[in-house]
Design a protein around this ligand. Sequence first.
Ligand SMILES: Nc1ncnc2c1ncn2[C@@H]1O[C@H](COP(=O)(O)OP(=O)(O)OP(=O)(O)O)[C@@H](O)[C@H]1O
Length: 226
Amino acid sequence: MVLLEQVAVRYSDGPEILRDISFALAPGTLHFLVGPSGAGKSTLLRLLSLALKPSEGRFSLFGRDVAGLERRDLPAMRRRIGVVFQEFRLLEHLTAFDNVALPLRLANVREAEIKKHVGELLDWVGLGDKLEALPPTLSGGQQQRVAIARAVIARPSLLLADEPTGNVDDRIALRLMYLFEELYKLGTTVLIATHNESLVARFPHHQLHLEGGRLAPRTRLSAALP
Ligand SMILES: Nc1ncnc2c1ncn2[C@@H]1O[C@H](COP(=O)(O)OP(=O)(O)OP(=O)(O)O)[C@@H](O)[C@H]1O
């Protein structure tokens, strides 16, 4: 599903932010991505979401070598990836409902089905009474839940979430974790960057531990290459 071998990443001509990164993520697994601030977690998520390219090494996604992709291949690959950005990136002129419905509308799902699924999911994340709200009228935690609902609604093959419980209380954080667990059990590969140590301790999943741009030995070996 995701395979990195000796990958390095830099922004333009800057220094290498990630170095010597090798790991594989199998379908239907959930991994936490942990490490101190500035370690390169968001950069790794940007690479995996195809927003950055490796400056060295090999990166393959869904069985395809990313270096060999043509520009026209990217939209179809990206549609298989759900991303929860640290800064949410909701469309401010669309309601919560319409933001979440977007991936389904792009996939030509029937409106009756969209209504049912989006309503159920927003209900599950505790926003059943905010369907018509515009993002600027929602709190940070509410916007974050809309962003998560939008990222998971179309059951992506790969879900990348940057600090997805950063703005919510413990009860909601648990709910969101249950949602991510549902998803990986259905076959999605889930990667969650987080500083929330109690969440990582409570849910015994694999961990990728980044430190200073490298995978640290504390990375659980199930995620690293043999
Ligand atoms: N767009 C960019 N251009 C240049 N350097 C960047 C850019 N984005 C991040 N960096 C640098 O890359 C390094 C890693 O940043 P990154 O945001 O990936 O870390 P992080 O582990 O996600 O941190 P945090 O936990 O604080 O979100 C930092 O030194 C940062 O300054």
